[in-house]
Ligand binder design. Structure first.
Ligand SMILES: [Zn+2]
Length: 133
């Protein structure tokens, strides 16, 4: 699991209470990820934390068939790049669907959920409309 640092502490405190918190630059008004004390787009130090919708789309993914001991499962893991509606991309896992390409069209609408992993809650994503899965 990632270890919280001063830069990411607020992010992990958010996931523990069911909030996806992303930094936003108040100068150029763009969101960015991962957390940093300066905006990576315009170098401004005027940055803030926002609770975001946790909704987005599937931008890219990989199905990993090697077991991850830390996930305590032999099921294949979907490792995805999720494009949040706020414009940033996060690496995450997709849950709640069989890990088959036909279930994972690019552009699929996703919503965040938080899974306990060790001492932390990891943001994972599931299809926004789960009917039919
Ligand atoms: Zn900026």
């Amino acid at each position: 699991m990632p270890v919280p640092t001063p830069e990411t502490k607020h992010f992990w405190e958010g996931t523990a209470v069911g909030e996806l918190r992303i930094q936003r630059c108040t100068s150029c008004e763009k969101f960015y990820f991962y957390p940093r004390p300066y905006c990576p787009l315009c170098n401004s130090g005027d940055v803030e934390w926002r609770v975001v919708s946790g909704k987005g789309t599937l931008a890219s993914y990989n199905i990993n068939y090697r077991p991850f001991p830390m996930f305590k499962t032999d099921e294949p893991q979907v490792i995805a790049l999720v494009q949040l509606d706020e414009g940033v991309r996060l690496m995450s896992n997709i849950i709640g669907v069989d890990p088959l390409p036909e279930n994972l069209p690019l552009g699929l609408r996703l919503k965040v959920e938080f899974e306990p992993r060790g001492d932390q809650f990891l943001p994972v994503f599931t299809p926004e409309n789960t009917e039919g899965n």
